[in-house]
Design a protein around this ligand. Structure first.
Ligand code: CMP
Length: 525
């Protein structure tokens, strides 16, 4: 309850103006402290420290000196005492707030104790402290419960007006509170906001400031932060992974390369041993095998240096281990215009054909002609070069390895008739007679053959008819060999048929309990 209407309201207004003056004065002094004028900071700093002390003293003198100490809270206390108590309460609260704030901002709290409180929280704290103090003073010292009720009644309207006027500021303030309460980030965290990354320097009621890798400060309004995406590399723990890629030539064994990379990156002091680095084969690239090293670290700000150090270590380790980093290589080779025998097939064929007994009598230029039309082909062990019964349009000379000639009886059995080694000719029979292949010829091991097509052979036969005579002789001999084999196969087949028919008749005899000599039994026996 206000003691005597207008007078008390006058005092109240005076008190408000006084407090506002003090706050403004404090603000001016603070601004002066920040000025670069050499002697100002100390003077202004001193005044700042003296101000509250003087306020407290004056307040105490008014409260206690003008009346007795019991005056606090009593309804009939003189106005001077009430002003005194008001001053005492305000300055005591603001001194306590200042002490707590300067402790929390001190190097001891921030660096030793690790307490880092954003400026936003101090600002909010001061605001609530002042509002709280105003209400406390009005109610306890000035007994203005009604005033408080009136203030609260008009608060709705004033909040609307103030809210509209301070829309942006409030938005940023509330966004700042959300960032702090949600723990999106705090001072010292390494964050990405949009395209900017850096260490959080401050979170104030309006903005968040980060210092990027270039040492520049980026200021982002808090409301923008909460509207966009934030990546915090310091949360949930300080652990952060970085990737280093390196490409190695295909001739190095992947497990060996992974071991060497692991050993190399662990040489970098800021790469953690636990969790251990992970080395993966990322892909088989155009120029080599790409490896991915996942390194764990806590010093996010130094990530580029750590990656660089890891690459340096990998380079030296690779060099010592004989591992070659790969890089894209393009070989541009000009093909010589006269390279008619790019794979050297003709030369190889010529070398081989000169050693074949049939061809030694031929003139050199004819052998060269044969070689010109020849092919050189590789066959795997067991592979069939030609099969019995198929049409044949080429003969072959064994250049390396050996082949087996086998004849079959058209059913399941096959008999090997010859093994032909280096320099031997085969497949000539079909070529000379036009008949199907007389036998199946298979590579016994990995074998290289020089093939001569029928057209090429015909040219040689026309030029050197004696060659036909030689080949015909060989073919006849071979035919004999084939016939013998065929006969042996047939004999074996006959023997098999007889044996199997004997077995069958034995079974029938046993089954019907017939006499073993096959004679009919007398009736009734
Ligand atoms: P051709 O019938 O064209 O195909 C199979 C080839 O096997 C045949 O020609 C001969 O060159 C070869 N040949 C067939 N019988 C024998 C044998 N008894 N000894 C060596 N080579 C043979």
């Amino acid at each position: 309850m206000l003691a005597s209407g207008i007078l008390d309201v006058g005092w109240l207004v005076g008190l408000g103006v006084g407090i506002a003056g003090l706050v403004i004065g404090q603000g001016i002094l603070r601004a002066l402290v920040r000025l670069k004028v050499p002697w100002w900071p100390s003077v202004a700093g001193g005044l700042l420290a003296l101000g509250p002390a003087a306020g407290l003293l004056v307040g105490a003198w008014l409260a206690v000196g003008s009346t007795d100490a019991v005056a606090f809270g009593s309804g009939d206390a003189p106005v001077a005492a009430r002003i005194g108590w008001t001053l005492v309460l305000f300055f005591a609260a603001s001194t306590a707030y200042g002490l707590i704030r300067s402790f929390l901002s001190s190097r001891l709290a921030q660096e030793e104790l690790g307490i880092r409180i954003p400026g936003l929280i101090f600002d909010a704290g001061r605001l609530f402290l002042w509002i709280g103090m105003v209400f406390v003073v009005i109610v306890t010292v000035w007994h203005g419960r009604q005033v408080v009720m009136q203030v609260l009644a008009v608060a709705g309207l004033s909040t609307l007006v103030i809210g509209l006027a301070l829309q942006e500021t409030l938005k940023n303030f509330i966004a700042g509170m959300a960032i702090v309460i949600e723990g999106t980030y705090t001072l010292g965290d390494w964050i990405f906001i949009g395209e900017d990354e850096g260490e959080v320097l401050s979170i104030t009621r309006r903005t968040t400031k980060i210092r990027n890798r270039m040492g520049d400060v980026v200021t982002v309004p808090n409301s923008l932060v909460t509207m966009g995406k934030v990546r915090n590399e310091s949360r949930p723990t300080a652990l952060h992974a970085e990737f280093v890629f390196v490409t190695v030539t295909y001739d190095s064994h992947p497990n060996h390369v992974r071991d060497v990379i692991r050993e190399a990156v662990l040489e970098v002091p800021k790469v953690l041993r636990e969790p251990a680095p992970v080395i993966r084969v990322a892909k088989f690239g155009e120029s080599g095998v790409e490896y991915e090293a996942k390194l764990w670290l806590t010093d996010v700000a130094s990530a580029p240096d750590i990656r660089s150090d890891a690459r340096v270590q990998i380079w030296y380790h690779f060099r010592r281990a004989g591992i070659r980093p790969a890089y894209p290589v393009r070989d541009v080779r000009e093909r010589p215009p006269e390279a008619a025998d790019p794979k050297g097939e003709r030369a190889a064929a010529l070398r081989r054909l000169r050693t074949v007994p049939f061809f030694t009598a031929l003139p050199e230029e004819l052998i060269e002609r044969l070689a010109e039309g020849a092919t050189v082909r590789d066959y795997a062990a067991g592979e069939a070069v030609c099969r019995q019964g198929q049409a044949g349009d080429a003969c072959y000379v064994v250049d390396a390895g050996s082949v087996a000639v086998a004849v079959g009886n058209g059913r399941d059995a096959e008999r090997q008739v010859a093994v032909l080694g280096v320099g031997s000719l085969f497949g000539e029979m079909s070529l000379l007679t036009g008949e199907p292949r007389s036998a199946t010829v298979r590579a016994r091991e990995d074998t290289r053959l020089v093939g001569i097509g029928s057209d090429t052979l015909r040219v040689a036969l026309e030029r050197a008819p004696e060659l036909a005579v030689c080949l015909a002789e060989v073919a006849t001999l071979r035919k004999e060999g084939l016939l013998e084999a065929q006969a042996a196969l047939d004999a074996a087949a006959n023997a098999r048929v007889q044996a199997s028919s004997r077995r069958l008749s034995d079974v029938i005899v046993r089954f019907f309990r017939l006499p073993a000599d096959g004679r009919p039994r007398p009736p009734g026996a």
